[in-house]
Design a protein around this ligand. Sequence first.
Ligand code: FNR
Length: 223
Amino acid sequence: MNENQINTGLEPIRILLFSGSLSKDSLNGKLARVAASIIEKNGGIVDFASMSEFDTPSYNQDLEATGFYPPGAMELRKRILENDAFIISAPDYNGSVPGVLKNTIDWVSRFRPQPFKGKHAFLMSASPSVAGGNPGLWSLRNPLEKLGTNIFASMFSLASAHQAFSPDGNIKDHTITIRLKENLLGFMNAVEATKHYPYLKKAWAEFMDIKKDPLARWVEQSN
Ligand code: FNR
C-alpha cells in the first residue's frame, strides 16, 4: 500500500504479469517491468513471469487424448488460478498474436474447469512500429474473450519501443508513462471491485437486516 491509499483492511489484489515473447531482450518484457513497478507502487502484488515458463509444444489433439498436458500449460493454469487477474504484454507478429502465445492459450483452454473464465485481464504491447503492436492485441482479445476472460476496455501500446526506454528501464516520455499508469490504475480498480464487492454486498444486506428478503437470498447465492 502506498502513502496515498486508505487502509481498508482488504487483501491486496494479485496480478500475474508476463511478456508474450521468448526473447531475453524483449521490448514487451521491458514494458512489463515498468507496469510491474507501477502496480507495486499502488498497492498491488505482482507475480512476474516469463513466457519461457509457459512455452508449449504445438497443440495436437491426439497428444491430448493420451492424457498429456505440457508443463508450460500446467504452469500457466496454476499461475492464473493463484492470481486475481493477469496482464500480458504481447508482441505483434504480422498484425496478430504470436503463435507461441496462442499455442499456450489453446493448451490451457483444454483444462476443466477452464481457467480463463471469469478472470480479469489487461493487454499491452510494445513494438518498434508507430502502431506499437496494437493490431496484434485485437487478435489476442478474440480467444481470451471467447474463453470468458473480462478484458479491460482500454489497451496500451508503446510505439517506437526500441527508442522509448531510458537506461534505468523507465519510459522516457512522461506523458506516455502517465497514460500507462492511468490505464493500470483503472484496471486495478476493476479487479479490486470484483474481488471485494461480494463482501460489500453481503455487509450491506446484513446492515439493512434484510436477510429474509429475496434480494438477500440473491446476495448469498452470488457470493
Ligand atoms: C514482427 N514485428 C512486427 N511489429 C509490428 O509492429 N507489426 C507487425 O506486424 C510485426 N510483425 C512481425 C512479425 C514477426 C515474425 C516478427 C519476428 C516481428 C516486430 C516486433 O514488433 C519486434 O520484433 C518486437 O521487438 C517483438 O517484441 P519483443 O520480442 O521485443 O517483445
